[in-house]
Write a protein that binds this ligand. Structure first.
Ligand code: 13P
Length: 249
C-alpha cells in the first residue's frame, strides 16, 4: 500500500508573518501520520515555517531550486540551502515554471538529477494544456515529459520521486479534471514508469493529482487506485486544507 501524500503549494503567497498565522491555524489539524503532509512554501518563509512546524509530522518543501551547488547565479537557491534551512521536498517542473520562466525538459531533468544527488525529495510536475487535451495528443506530451525527466535517474531514486499530474487547464480555474480523467492519466504515467524501470518501481512510486483540488472533491479523487494524493494550490492557503488532509473523515 502506497502512503498518500498531500502537499500544499503556496505559490507566491504569504509573507513570513502571514506564514506564522496560517501555520498556527493548520498545524494541529494537519498533524497526522495517516498521510504524508507537506507545506511547500516560498523560500523566504522556510525558516519561519520550520520553527512553527517543530514537533509535528508536517514536512516542508520549496517550490524551486537551481541545480548548481553555489556561485554566480543571482536570485537562485541551492539544494543544500534548502536542506540546511529544514525543508526536505522540492517541486520541480511546475507548469508555472515551465510556462512563465521557460524551464524546458532538459533543465527539469538536471534539477531532478541534482535533487536526488543532494538528498532532496522531488515532486516532479507534468501535465498538458487545454489545446493538447482537445487535440487528444496529451498522452504523447506527458510521456515525453516523464521520459526526459527520468533520464539518468536510478531505480531507487525513481521510487523516491513523487510525480504530480497537473493538467494546466485545471490549475486555478476551478475546473477540476473528473476523477476518471485524473485516474486515466495517473495510471498512464504509472505504466510509463513500469516500462522505464520495472514493476517494483511502478507499484511504489507515488503519483498525485493537482488542479482545483478542494475539500469537496478530494475524497473522490484520492479514492482512485492510481492517485496517491494531491498537490493543492489555492485551497492550501485556507483552513480548507485541513479538510483535504483529513479527506477520509
Ligand atoms: P490550484 O489548486 O489552485 O488549482 O493549483 C494547483 C497547483 O498548481 C498546485 O501546484
Amino acid at each position: 500500500m502506497r502512503k498518500k501524500i498531500i502537499a500544499g503549494n503556496w505559490k507566491m503567497n504569504m509573507t513570513p508573518s502571514e506564514t506564522k498565522e496560517l501555520i498556527s491555524k493548520l498545524k494541529s489539524k494537519c498533524d497526522t501520520n495517516d498521510v504524508d503532509v507537506v507545506f511547500v512554501v516560498p523560500s523566504i518563509d522556510v525558516t519561519t515555517a520550520y520553527e512553527c512546524l517543530k514537533g509535528s509530522n508536517i514536512k516542508l518543501g520549496t517550490q524551486n531550486f537551481y541545480f548548481e551547488d553555489k556561485g554566480a547565479f543571482t536570485g537562485e537557491i541551492s539544494a543544500n540551502m534548502i536542506l540546511d534551512a529544514g525543508a526536505t521536498y522540492v517541486i520541480i517542473g511546475h507548469s508555472e515554471r515551465r510556462g512563465i520562466f521557460k524551464e524546458d525538459n532538459a533543465m527539469i531533468n538536471k534539477k531532478l538529477v541534482k535533487a536526488h544527488k543532494a538528498g532532496l525529495l522531488p515532486i516532479l510536475c507534468c501535465g498538458e494544456s487545454i489545446e493538447l487535451r482537445e487535440k487528444n495528443t496529451y498522452k504523447e506530451f506527458i510521456s515525453e515529459q516523464i521520459k526526459s525527466a527520468f533520464n539518468g535517474i536510478s531505480e531507487n531514486e525513481a521510487k523516491n520521486t513523487v510525480i504530480a499530474y497537473e493538467p494546466i487547464w485545471a490549475i486555478g480555474t476551478g475546473k477540476t479534471a473528473t476523477s476518471d480523467q485524473a485516474e486515466e492519466v495517473c495510471a498512464f504515467i504509472r505504466d510509463i514508469i513500469g516500462t522505464l524501470y520495472n514493476d517494483s518501481v511502478k507499484n511504489e512510486i507515488r503519483i498525485q493529482y493537482g488542479g482545483s483540488v478542494n475539500a469537496g472533491n478530494a475524497k473522490e479523487l484520492f479514492g482512485k487506485p492510481d492517485i496517491d494524493g494531491g498537490l493543492v494550490g489555492g485551497a492550501s492557503l485556507k483552513e480548507e486544507f485541513a479538510s483535504i488532509v483529513n479527506y477520509k473523515s
